[in-house]
Design a binder for this molecule. Structure first.
Ligand code: COA
Ligand code: AMP
Length: 644
């Protein structure tokens, strides 16, 4: 028997070999993993680089993602196995859906979508809460080759309208309400407002009436979900090309206009199926739980597609880590469904820790079924990692990824080559990703030196092939800064063992409770206020949510700074971006610090707010402006240390 040290060495060696294989022989490496999927036409071209830097995977493959996620398990005799455990503490409902039941529901909704005119290649926007019907809706689109675009429920009407205008859906699927601990959130008025604002119009909206709140339907346009679906025929799945889009998911960019990340069918299915086993150590029949929302990429990949592709059971949880009803909720769900691998955001663990520092509520439940806990979505501070590991007594695996990649870039591969955990690092690059840290001119920096984190092209299967309808924006945003590389937008360093440390963003994106938001979008909204002359929004450190947006506004001459103005500005962001923005910090300043060329010194203000060493740029136009910022930040309780 090998000693633990030997196992570590053997795993390191094996990981290194896999990384080499995936880099040097990507065709062979990913070709062998394509066997995890049932194909109509097995691909013979694994990597198509004929249009580089836009790469395509499995380009002559034909498959159906819904068939792979649902039907094939039923055909293999596992129809009775639970596909979805729906657990909703906010409504008091629990429901288990078998693979056979899921197949029936998906086929019937797919038939309904076809009756309403949605066909292969058409887009369908899904604006829904965490209910079984949302998963069914995604799979029904996949079944008929329609491209879904799920919009997170916490976004406001204006954000939904932007996405409707970009995706140009044939149909919108929505529900009467979502349920938050604070009460029901009526979705239908938000949808109506979005459709009133958007230029693109849809023929029909299919509305799920929830018993908690009924929505008024617009005659002719809106249709009742239950009535329409119950009258629809069952639709069979249809073959699509591996390179056909499965979904579009909008994510924040540096400008206010979100980017429509495209996911293909073939690469996505292969990558997710492989990751379930290698990253999360999950196989058919196991229970996997990602406590996220289907509106985010984590929800797409690991509430819906990943677990179902491998025939596991997934947990769909409509609740919060705390307050529904208490901070033992996660542990209760883990015990109840015998979850083997559990995935959440560090902020959720911080919320539990804040309510119950000793973890007593979690310890009331037996969570021995857990193999490991996985955290992602934001940087995981070592304290949170250690606290989680102590309370649950299991390995806590930080892993790093983005909406764009759709699955992890760096992770400690629990199902393949587990390595020692280093708190603060999401471990090493997953085979298929060549992660490098680059300096200003694109040279690799030495170990332990910080720089821009970039990934050498081609990216592996499952990652974005482009942005929806906009190859040029994809190239400009990600591929131009360092030719031959994908720019992640994150900054950090690699240590001597090849462990990555992701420390910050290089752009104006902030991360609020694991939600990615653009400060540019906040600024756009605040600038609309008639009293505002100029505005800067920065992300400031927050113990619970990781970061919070903080707005510094300069008023037009004659405008009055008072509490009403603050409330109006806060209300404006809530109304136009949504409650998820958590925008509550705003103050008026006389002027914003700028360079002599007029660039606002957001980075400097962020350092001041977070009490970090402040480097005042030599090009600053008026150093006195920093003092005014210091006073303004202090009014909000930030940046209390003086600037040297
Ligand atoms: N529909 C409508 N409104 C929503 C919503 C949804 N799907 N999700 C959130 N909101 C609203 C909330 O009701 C809240 O509104 P309020 O200002 O009226 O209270 C606001 O958006 C902010 O919500 P949230 O981000 O949940 O903050 P919180 O302070 O209520 O809770 C946490 C804090 C840490 C418990 C919570 O953010 C959390 O669970 N985070 C985990 C995040 C996560 O899973 N991220 C996915 C990446 S892996
Ligand atoms: P999103 O596209 O919403 O998933 O956000 C992706 C961004 O979240 C990344 O680019 C990082 O900035 C941050 N992020 C996600 N996971 C991690 C992690 N494990 N460590 C550090 N940052 C992370």
């Amino acid at each position: 028997m090998s000693s633990p040290t030997n196992t570590v060495e053997a795993n390191q060696q094996q990981l290194w070999q896999l990384q080499q294989q995936a880099t040097q022989h990507p065709q062979q490496y990913w070709g062998q993993h394509a066997e995890l999927i049932d194909w109509v036409n097995v691909p013979s071209t694994i990597l198509d680089d004929s249009n580089a830097p836009l790469y395509r995977w499995f380009s002559d493959g034909v498959l159906n993602t819904c068939y792979n996620a649902v039907d094939r398990h039923v055909e293999a005799g596992h129809g009775e196995r639970i596909a979805i455990h729906y657990d909703s503490p906010v409504t008091g409902q629990q429901q288990s859906v078998s693979y056979a039941e899921l197949q029936q529901q998906v086929a019937q909704l797919a038939g309904c979508l076809q009756q309403l005119g949605a066909n292969k290649g058409d887009t369908v926007v899904i604006y829904m809460p965490m209910v079984v019907e949302t998963v069914v809706a995604m799979l029904a689109c996949a079944r008929i080759g329609a491209v879904h675009s799920v919009v997170f429920g916490g976004f406001a009407a204006a954000e939904l309208a932007t996405r409707i205008d970009d995706a140009k859906p044939k149909l919108v699927l929505s529900a009467s309400c979502g349920i938050e601990p604070s009460g029901t959130v009526a979705y239908k008025p938000l949808l109506d407002a979005a459709l009133a604002q958007s230029q693109h119009q849809v023929e029909h909206c299919l509305i799920l009436q929830r018993p908690q709140l009924s929505a008024e339907l617009t005659p002719d346009r809106d249709l009742d979900w239950q009535q329409s679906v119950s009258a629809a025929p069952l639709a069979d799945w249809i073959p699509v090309k591996a390179t056909d889009p499965l979904y579009i998911l909008y994510t924040s960019g540096t400008t206010g206009t979100p980017k429509g990340v495209v996911r293909d069918n073939g690469g996505h299915a292969v990558a997710l199926a492989w990751s379930m086993q290698a990253v999360y150590d999950i196989k058919a029949g196991d229970t996997f739980w990602a406590a996220s929302d289907v509106g985010w990429v984590v929800g797409h990949s690991y509430i819906v597609y990943g677990p179902l592709l491998v025939g596991a059971s997934t947990v769909l949880y409509e609740g919060k880590p705390v307050g529904t009803p208490d901070s033992g909720a996660f542990a209760r769900v883990i015990e109840q469904y015998q979850v083997r691998s559990f995935f959440t955001a560090p902020t959720a663990m911080r919320a539990i820790k804040r309510d119950d520092p000793a973890g007593a509520q979690c310890r009331r439940y037996n969570t021995d079924c857990l193999q490991a806990i996985y955290l992602a979505g934001e940087r995981c501070d070592p304290d949170t990692l250690e606290w989680t590991s102590q309370v649950f007594g299991k390995p806590v695996i930080d892993h790093w990824w983005q909406t764009e990649t759709g699955w992890a870039i760096c992770a400690n591969l629990q199902g393949l080559t587990p390595l020692p955990i280093k708190a603060g690092s999401p471990a090493t690059a997953i085979p298929g990703y060549q992660v490098e840290v680059l300096d200003e001119v694109g040279e690799q920096v030495a170990a332990n030196q910080s720089g821009a984190i970039a990934i050498k092209l081609p990216l592996p299967p499952g990652t974005l092939p482009t942005l929806w309808g906009n190859d040029q924006r994809y190239i400009d945003s990600y591929l131009s800064r360092y030719p031959g590389y994908y720019l992640t937008g994150d900054a950090g360093y690699l240590d001597d063992d090849g462990y990555l440390y992701v420390m910050s963003r290089l752009d104006d994106i902030i991360n609020v409770a694991g939600h990615r938001l653009s400060t540019g979008r906040f600024e756009e909204v605040l600038a609309q206020h008639p009293s505002v002359a100029e505005v800067a929004v920065i992300g400031v450190a927050d113990k619970l949510k990781g970061q919070l947006p903080l707005g510094l506004v300069v008023l037009k001459a004659g405008a009055i700074a008072d509490q009403q103005l603050d409330a109006d500005l806060i209300g404006l962001v809530r109304e136009q971006v949504g409650p998820v923005a958590a925008f509550k910090l705003v103050t008026v300043v006389e002027k914003l610090p700028k360079t002599r060329s007029g660039k606002i010194l957001r980075g400097t203000m962020r350092q001041m707010a977070d009490n970090k060493p402040v480097k005042v740029p030599a090009t600053i136009e008026d150093p006195a402006a920093l003092e005014l910022i210091q006073q303004a930040l202090a009014r909000l309780g930030y940046g209390t240390q003086s600037v040297a």
